[in-house]
Design a protein around this ligand. Structure first.
Ligand code: CAA
Length: 261
């Protein structure tokens, strides 16, 4: 991979967009590499994935403006569809995904962060959807996801005005769940990932499915899904061990994600 670093430790993946000279802007090559890497992650037993940007200045400063500038309309539509596809792949990953936003998250960068389940940012992070200032609109699903995360009026205000917001405001509108001093960001995010990874994977993955379904499905259908997944947890050794440990007043053994014998 030319623009991605990917490492796994203790079933936690760290995926870094590594194109710091262009503030990690998403060109077609980055998008293609992301698609390939995310496909591989989807089939893995990873407990949690963290996505961040290389360097101290940017998470991702958007889709690559130099590459987009001379696109014909159909090429631009394809460019948007390819990016959208990757954002959907990330969103659909079965394990929790945390965006560690370490600086600018503008345009496609904000949209990439929004395709993750959680966003934790450094104090120097800046978010925005500057696209209308460039003569276009956000093209990687940012409006739809921001509406769901922060509400219709906050999303439309950000997208209509193309105004950047800093970390504190992002926290106040619910775009991020925590703001951390820059030098502590990765340590704190990895600690959260470890905490998630220590929980029973069937339960964690089921939480993600039900939370996401609660946006698209009727509430009745989400109750059905929830009960089905609740039942499936009882196929796992982790459920047996977790409940036995509680009743025996001891610490549970590490969860394995294995089926009951
Ligand atoms: N695309 C291509 N190159 C980019 C880029 C982008 N989105 N963002 C930054 N760069 C490049 C700059 O061109 C510059 O390259 P050179 O050194 O070769 O000149 C390098 O990264 C460093 O950037 P700056 O010199 O501009 O750094 P700065 O500190 O002065 O400013 C910034 C930082 C405010 C983030 C500024 O770079 C900026 O405004 N970037 C563009 C942000 C933007 O508009 N993003 C939305 C893109 S459109 C989009 O994403 C569409 C979509 O939804 C699919």
């Amino acid at each position: 991979m030319q623009y991605l670093n990917y490492e796994v430790q203790n079933e936690i993946g760290l995926l870094t967009i590594n194109r710091p000279n262009a503030l990690n802007a998403l060109n077609s090559q980055v998008i293609a590499e992301l698609s390939e890497q995310v496909k591989e992650i989807a089939d893995s037993s990873l407990r949690c994935l963290v996505i961040t940007g290389a360097g101290s200045k940017a998470f991702v400063a958007g889709a690559d403006i130099a590459e987009m500038k001379d696109l014909a309309a159909q090429q631009a539509q394809d460019f948007s569809e390819e990016g959208n596809q990757v954002m959907k792949q990330i969103e659909a990953l079965p394990m929790p995904v945390i965006a560690a936003v370490n600086g600018y998250a503008l345009g496609g960068g904000c949209e990439l962060a929004l395709s993750c389940d959680l966003r934790i940012c450094s104090e120097n992070a800046v978010f925005g959807l500057p696209e209308v200032g460039l003569g276009i609109l956000p093209g990687y699903g940012g409006i739809q996801r921001l509406v769901r995360v922060a509400g219709l009026s906050q999303a439309m205000e950000m997208a209509f005005t193309a105004r950047n917001i800093i970390a504190g405001e992002a926290l106040s509108i619910g775009l991020v769940s925590q703001v951390i001093p820059a030098e502590e960001l990765m340590e704190k995010v990895m600690k959260m990932a470890e905490r998630i990874a220590a929980n029973a994977p069937a339960g964690v993955r089921a939480v993600k499915k039900v939370a996401q379904a609660s946006i698209g499905l009727s509430i009745e259908d989400t109750y059905l899904l929830e009960s089905e997944l609740f039942g499936k947890c009882f196929l796992t050794a982790d459920q047996e061990e977790g409940m036995s440990a509680f009743l025996e007043k001891r610490k549970h053994a590490p969860y394995t994600g294995q089926k009951k014998m």
